[in-house]
Design a protein around this ligand. Sequence first.
Ligand SMILES: Cc1cc2nc3c(=O)[nH]c(=O)nc-3n(C[C@H](O)[C@H](O)[C@H](O)COP(=O)(O)OP(=O)(O)OC[C@H]3O[C@@H](n4cnc5c(N)ncnc54)[C@H](O)[C@@H]3O)c2cc1C
Length: 452
Amino acid sequence: MGYKLPVNSRRVVIVGSGFAGFCLARSLDRLLASSAKSPLEVTLISPSAAASLSPLLPGVLSGWVEPWQMRLPLREALRRVRWMVGRAVHVDPEARRVSFDGPGVQTGCDPASLPFDDLVFACGTATDHQGVRGAQERCLPFRSLDDALRIRNRVSEVLEAASGEDSSRRRRALCTLVIVGSDPRACSAALELARRFRLVAPMFPRLEPGDPHVVLVSPEPQLCAAWGPDGSRFAKAQLDRAGVEVRSEARIESVADDHVVVVTPNGSERLDARTVVWTPSSAPSLCVARWSAAPLEQGRLRVDELLRVSGADCLYAIGDSAAGPASGLAAPCSPARAARNAGWLAAALFDRACGRTPRSIVGKPWIDPVLLDRDHGLAMVGARCIDGRAGAWLSRRLMIRHMPGLRRRAAVRVAWTLVCHVPSAENDPSRLQPAHQTLYLTPPPAPVTGGD
Ligand SMILES: Cc1cc2nc3c(=O)[nH]c(=O)nc-3n(C[C@H](O)[C@H](O)[C@H](O)COP(=O)(O)OP(=O)(O)OC[C@H]3O[C@@H](n4cnc5c(N)ncnc54)[C@H](O)[C@@H]3O)c2cc1C
């Protein structure tokens, strides 16, 4: 059963409801609300009924971000854009159909395949274990809220286990967390996990001060390289201050149950650690990987200055899915770039549906902040990199701006003001205990049956 369209409406499908997909859907929702006609019929394919503000996920690790603050119910946020829960598994640009798989649809749509005139990939990238032995089976991924809660709970578990351990070597191995990656996601995860250790460790008096230990294994010589030498220096200084041990230009050779082998320019070494968090994600997302003609650069789709996927005039990509002049492959996509491109693309799709020529949308936002931890961030303002509290404040502001609803924005603002400025709010026992994972876990995706 196909779905009925107003005559002459262009059908736009958005794949993915991360920060980029959500911003695009919201912008289109607003444009549709402001228009008397309905020139577009927009459908968002989302793995769950809530969008995720993924830049806030590291905050979930330490507890200053609560899951409700970064999960945005689509029902609350979208009025004119329809959404369906599922995962796109195959895109056929010739037939202009996308197949998807999932528990169901919101309204009477074809559950297996959806026609489109324009399709936007906003599905990010997938974790890439780079063929490292043992990585896929043993490393914890860090992509979603479920992953963040699992890692947060693991910290509590290892501390419990270590506090009952007499051998100092085994204790330290239990309490050593290894994070792999060099971008803001990896640095933030390391900083927030170090903060969680600091907050929770006093509850475990049998642990020695040096036992809880975070190691960042960075394949690149510079951390957060896209934020320039100043940004890299600042990120490294924050990690040093937080007591995170940084191994630069290092790669993981293998991951075993109780250790990892790290290769650095000085040789290889064995690091006793039971928990490894793997962040590098340069593999294409499932539906992109299944499109054999996809023009890929490190798992992202190459786009032109109109965010059109090279060689396919009905396909677009934004956010982490896109590589090219508008997103800047050398600089990984940032939340501000994702939001800006989403706004521009919404206007371009709308213009095109109304018969107007879309404007060129290449360019970077003037202010480009990223959050490193609760109190520290980096912000490119023009060509200058501002770091510290100003960077963090700008990042938090950007996130709040994109949340739906006055009441939600006000509640988040109050909660973050408290947690940032009132020390006892951070030591609130409800933040320190393991997360109630089952409340937030989304069901595992159903086995993929559609597609090619
Ligand atoms: C865990 C994590 C932590 C991060 N931390 C930081 C940080 O601290 N600082 C920073 O600046 N940036 C961070 N980022 C990066 C930042 O969030 C992104 O650069 C930016 O928000 C753009 O994201 P996106 O929407 O393109 O991709 P994502 O946020 O990865 O969202 C992609 C969405 O698409 C969905 N999806 C994937 N495949 C399919 C499919 N086949 N069908 C339907 N849906 C699909 C995914 O489930 C996901 O919800 C982080 C990203 C992640 C994932």
